[in-house]
Design a protein around this ligand. Structure first.
Ligand SMILES: [Zn+2]
Length: 404
């Protein structure tokens, strides 16, 4: 694994992440969401040609505690082979843990409790790393003890200590022949002191990069910006930085502006599941022309949409022969109309989700591409201001009040 920062613009950085030979992800970039290693609604064959930047996936080790388990994945030759995604990058990211020091493995008697199909299950570093190692991932994130923003200071301190202990144990279980592919997790919730302590301590470990945990758990957007910037100043600039749990376009811009390189997000999946298509503007130069041809904010609101998305369940699209987004080059927009997708939804055809997910993933990846372009031109500040102002003009709520 290699990572290099090429240039900076208003706090944002343009870089490249080499996950394997011939497998390069431009940053800021996106890891595609998977469930048990499978991209949501999209078969691997379609994923190959979805977008040039659809190159790497996020996968959750905790989905492989039972069936298929680590032994099955190992016998298949790793996760890439099992899910037919050879040629794609795989990044193992664990979330949703509830630490429990009364159970678990190892001398620390500390484990993390996870929801599985057969009830809650407690695992420790040995079990977690058994699954991670079976994956043969291109990168993996150590297991964090993430806590919500409202927990007491004492519990928050414990979260930082536990996350560091887990990191040390997991690193000792990493096979030497794979090299260093671990991203150490920085936690600390809403406490600036604890976040800084977590960052400084994690930076002393032999890790390939960092993952900022504990975001997207109810914190205020303004507070998040302060915390991110405080943490990132304590981390070495030459190493890659990842964050989970944030996905609204304004949130992505905020994190990019703080210096985050890699994201994974449930945002496109949630829009698809709700019958929505992303429509937010991507091109600062042509924005006026595209806005002139689009419905007003009031018209969108009446059909359940807003300036970021349209609701394909709405009767407003029953006879609409336009593509989801005029000018979009994704497979769905080149081949199909809003009316067709509205009809698929109304007849409960699963093809509706496939076509929406193709567009939503493509549009989201184009958003990251536009961000990178603005950094390259040293116009990230202008791009962010333009994007935010166009959304505010249409009455879109701020990220802190609006969740996907
Ligand atoms: Zn499209």
């Amino acid at each position: 694994m290699e990572f290099a920062v090429r240039t900076w613009s208003a706090g944002a950085r343009l870089g490249s992440l080499q996950l394997a030979a011939g497998l390069q992800v431009e940053t800021p970039g996106l890891l595609l969401l998977t469930r048990k290693g499978l991209p949501a609604f999209i078969p691997p064959d379609l994923l190959q040609n979805l977008h040039p930047d659809a190159r790497a996936c996020q996968v959750t080790p905790l989905h492989f505690l039972e069936s298929p388990n680590a032994t099955t994945v190992a016998k298949a030759g790793g996760l890439h082979k099992l899910v037919s995604l050879t040629g794609f990058g795989m990044v193992a990211v664990a979330r949703d843990s509830l630490m429990d020091e009364s159970n678990g493995e190892g001398s620390s008697k500390m484990g993390a409790s996870f929801e599985t199909s057969s009830g809650r299950r407690v695992v420790g570093p040995a079990k977690y790393m058994e699954v991670v190692n079976a994956f043969k991932p291109d990168l993996w994130v150590s297991l964090p003890d993430e806590v919500p923003s409202w927990v007491a200071e004492k519990r928050n301190r414990l979260s930082v200590d536990r996350t560091l202990q887990w990191l040390d144990q997991c690193l000792s279980l990493q096979p030497a022949e794979y090299g260093n592919r671990c991203l150490g997790v920085v936690v600390g919730s809403t406490s600036l002191d604890e976040r800084i302590r977590s960052a400084e301590q994690t930076a002393t470990r032999n890790v390939a990069g960092f993952s900022l945990g504990g975001f997207g758990l109810g914190e205020d957007a303004a507070q998040r910006a302060v915390q991110m910037e405080a943490v990132l100043t304590k981390l070495p600039k030459e190493k890659v930085r990842h964050v989970s749990g944030i996905g609204l376009p304004e949130e992505i811009l905020q994190a990019v502006g703080a210096g985050i390189d890699v994201f994974d997000s449930i945002y496109p999946f949630m829009l698809t599941k709700g019958g929505y298509a992303m429509t937010f503007p991507l091109n600062m130069e042509n924005s006026q022309r595209s806005f002139d041809s689009e419905p007003t904010g009031e018209e969108l609101a009446r059909s359940g949409g807003d300036s970021a998305k349209i609701n394909l369940r709405s009767v407003a699209y029953r006879l609409d022969n336009a593509p989801l987004v005029i000018g979009c080059k994704c497979y769905t927009c080149r081949k199909h109309t809003r009316a067709y997708i509205n009809h698929l939804i109304n007849t409960h055809e699963m093809l509706a989700q496939t076509l929406l997910e193709i567009h939503n993933t493509y549009h989201y990846l184009e958003f990251f591409k536009a961000i990178r372009h603005s950094i390259k031109l040293d116009k990230f500040h202008d791009f962010r201001n333009w994007f935010t102002s166009t959304r505010q003009k249409s009455g879109t709520p701020s990220p802190s009040k609006s969740r996907q």
